[in-house]
Design a protein around this ligand. Structure first.
Ligand code: ATP
Ligand code: MG
Ligand code: MG
Ligand code: MG
Length: 434
């Protein structure tokens, strides 16, 4: 690896020192006999100054033609200068062009391009500073989650992606040929995590989940990263506490470590700072009342989609829970509410500012007969869930769990207008390339 100074290290304190930068041309502006060549790397942007009388005519002419994203190595002396971004610039003595580029398909301000262009050229778009910032925030949220989970006694496990059964319903399954049989891409690791709690009690995994979503919303991808937890001996109220503590830690830690990146997207950090537990909790019944009072056409028993959830988030300046959903709109494995058999012990966590569901969680049905009955009610065949039903035969215990959509959390933290910007190469119904 070549020895280099990273752009973020070029500071006024280095005044007078010689550095070598290696990166890509961010912008190129000539003013008389000087060229202001901004160089970008993974850490930031530095202004370098190329003077004709220092580098000579030939190099100066070459530098003039360097388009955006040309790859270069420059050596020069750091000069503190208030006018330069970061308070320091580099006066170039030597310029080495690795590859000159004449025209880069993405404009300097990518927001001036259409989303279609950015997605067609996503392989080039991802090198722009704001996309790097999104990826750093995502990385830090996951790092923080890992940190919290380790400190709190949760075991990481690695469940399969090739599976045979539906978790979230057959309609969104991706089916593929598996030798002379068929298999599916996992929609959720949940059933496997449930099996793992009998050995490890508190388990989690981070895997891709796949859903053939037909709905074209701002919050659905066909492939997303799913952070799932499952804990033995926990009821719904216990797992909600885990959820709020985990999300709080992830967001607070990321605010500390990635403030600069977050501020590239948000002026107002209030909702992120408002993540000290406990989060507000409202029942599904209350949610329906709120929606009706705001003129939304919804009845008890209806599912809430992105539109209804958006209206509900107007009532909160922080993440909040909705619990106690009707049974018939939720998955078969959720435990019936012993107080009210029309309901299940389920809760979603909704992010404010219009974002809505980021977590779906519940207490799981731990009774063999009830689970069989639920599977039949849903029109499925208990034979397909034999191994899963076994878990209710051999030392069944109360347990609860949840799934958090990583890109949904990123989208809220950075106030992105669409979930597709929260992932490196988004997969949506219309797009699987690049
Ligand atoms: P929605 O109601 O938005 O369709 P869901 O209730 O089907 O979501 P769950 O089955 O509860 O989702 O999955 C757990 C979490 O996974 C969700 O809370 C969400 O954060 C995330 N998630 C689910 N589907 C998607 C998707 N298609 N793209 C991105 N994230 C998703
Ligand atoms: Mg869904
Ligand atoms: Mg939902
Ligand atoms: Mg859900």
């Amino acid at each position: 690896m070549i020895e280099k100074t990273y752009c973020e290290e070029v500071k006024p304190e280095l005044d007078g020192q010689k550095v070598r930068l290696a990166g890509w041309v961010y912008s190129n502006m000539r003013v008389g006999k000087k060229i202001f060549l901004w160089i970008r790397d993974s850490t930031g942007i530095v202004q370098t100054v190329i003077a004709k009388n220092v580098v000579g005519d030939e190099v100066f002419e070459k530098a003039k033609k360097l388009g955006r994203e040309s790859s270069v190595i420059v050596e020069g002396i750091v000069k503190a200068d208030e006018r330069a971004p970061g308070g320091a610039e580099v006066h170039v003595e030597k310029l080495e062009v690795i590859q000159a580029v004449s025209e880069f398909p993405i404009p300097e301000n990518p927001e001036q391009a259409s989303p279609e262009l950015l997605l067609d050229y996503r392989h080039l778009h991802i090198r722009t500073p704001k996309v790097s910032a999104i990826m750093k925030v995502k990385e830090t949220l996951i790092m923080a989650a890992r940190d919290w989970l380790l400190k709190n006694g949760w075991h990481e496990v690695f469940p399969p992606i090739l599976v045979t059964g539906a978790v979230e319903g057959g309609a969104t399954l991706f089916k593929l040929k598996y030798f002379d049989k068929y298999a599916y891409l996992s929609q959720s690791a949940q059933l496997y995590l449930e099996a793992a709690i009998f050995g490890l009690e508190k388990v989690w995994s981070l895997t891709p989940s796949f859903r053939a979503e037909k709905s074209r919303t701002r919050r659905h991808l066909t492939e997303f990263w799913h952070l799932e937890l499952e804990g033995a001996w926990m009821d719904l109220w216990d797992i909600m506490k885990v959820e709020e503590e985990l999300v709080s830690y992830m967001v607070q830690r990321t605010l500390e470590l990635r403030k600069k990146e977050i501020e590239m997207f948000r002026d107002d950090l209030t909702t992120l700072k408002n993540t000290e537990p406990p989060f507000p909790r409202i029942s599904y019944d209350e949610a329906i009342e709120i929606l009706q009072s705001k003129g939304v056409n919804i009845e008890w028993g209806d599912d809430m989609g992105a539109d209804e959830e958006r209206v509900l988030t107007e009532e909160f300046d922080r993440p909040f829970f909705v619990y106690g959903y009707p049974k018939h709109i939720k998955a078969f494995y959720m435990k019936e509410d012993p107080q009210d058999p029309r309901k299940v012990l389920a809760a979603d966590m909704l992010a404010p500012e219009g974002y809505g569901e980021i977590i779906g969680g519940s207490e799981r049905e731990d009774n063999y007969d009830k689970l069989v009955q639920r599977i039949i009610e849903e029109g499925m065949d208990p034979k397909d869930y034999e191994w899963y039903l076994d878990l209710r035969k051999y030392g069944s215990v109360p347990h609860s769990g949840f799934g958090l959509g990583v890109e949904r959390l990123v989208a809220w933290v950075l106030k992105l207008d669409h979930i597709r910007w929260a992932t490196l190469f988004p997969r949506t119904p219309a797009r699987i390339y690049p």
